[in-house]
Design a binder for this molecule. Sequence first.
Ligand SMILES: NC(=O)c1ccc[n+]([C@@H]2O[C@H](COP(=O)([O-])OP(=O)(O)OC[C@H]3O[C@@H](n4cnc5c(N)ncnc54)[C@H](OP(=O)(O)O)[C@@H]3O)[C@@H](O)[C@H]2O)c1
Length: 267
Amino acid sequence: MTPSPQQNPFAVITGASKGIGAEYARALAGRGYDLLLVARDEARLAQLARELETTADVRAHVCVADLAQPDAAQRLFAESRRHRHVPDLLINNAGFGLCGEFVSQPLPRLREMVQLNVQTVAESVRLFVPGMVERGSGAIINVASIAGMMPIPYVAEYAATKAFVLSLSESLAREVRAAGVCVQACCPGQTDTDFHASAGASASGSVGLQTTAQVVRESLAALETKRPVVTIGWQGTLTALAMRWMPRGVLINLAGRQARQMGRQQR
Ligand SMILES: NC(=O)c1ccc[n+]([C@@H]2O[C@H](COP(=O)([O-])OP(=O)(O)OC[C@H]3O[C@@H](n4cnc5c(N)ncnc54)[C@H](OP(=O)(O)O)[C@@H]3O)[C@@H](O)[C@H]2O)c1
């Protein structure tokens, strides 16, 4: 995260067109970062880039990409290098979920989810980290989820993809911290975005919805203290405590019941 003397620091954000990704973009522009904003929705990205360049003294570049394609990580890496040799911060945020019985989910969507939430994240990290290590500075935020901390029936594959992200991030954080590179798994709870509608669910709000501003504020603050796993607010602390102390079977049943309910409410 150490900028060179003449340039603004540079961050790459995937899934920047809305929700948590757009919030990271606004927060980082406010801190003087030049940005590469990545997602599929060109109009939204362009509008956000204009907003950021108008309100902050930064450059915001747009990269329209479907990160669920097999070569997405290489393309992202190449696009990032067109702007800066090594970014100061990479935020792997793009992702989606599916709510409902695993055996009812369409195969192409399941494949797409693994490609986007898992494969592209792992390959991006693999491609971006060596430059950061060589330079002796840099940070990666992988947006996981509280759902990655346990198996959850009725969002089974989504929870499994986020468990992968959490595990990869925590291991990698240990491998690269001596080289001056910080890796964080950011684990929001239910957050007020379009995520639930796209997943075919309604946000339950049983313990209160988090805001994108809260998620991003706590994630960026934790980057300063180099915490490898970040849960958000009291809901995150409560879930982490429950996971430590409650019997696993009880916890999985409770989480599954809530996920099933959220899927039904949406229908
Ligand atoms: N909201 C929650 O309750 C919650 C909780 C925990 C974790 N999370 C995680 O937070 C991250 C952001 O989600 P969000 O809540 O901000 O949801 P969101 O509002 O639906 O935003 C999702 C972002 O991902 C992008 N995206 C989706 N598919 C993509 C693809 N194939 N290629 C490129 N970009 C793609 C979308 O952009 P385009 O459609 O323009 O491509 C959008 O910018 C996700 O990883 C999600 O799993 C969310």
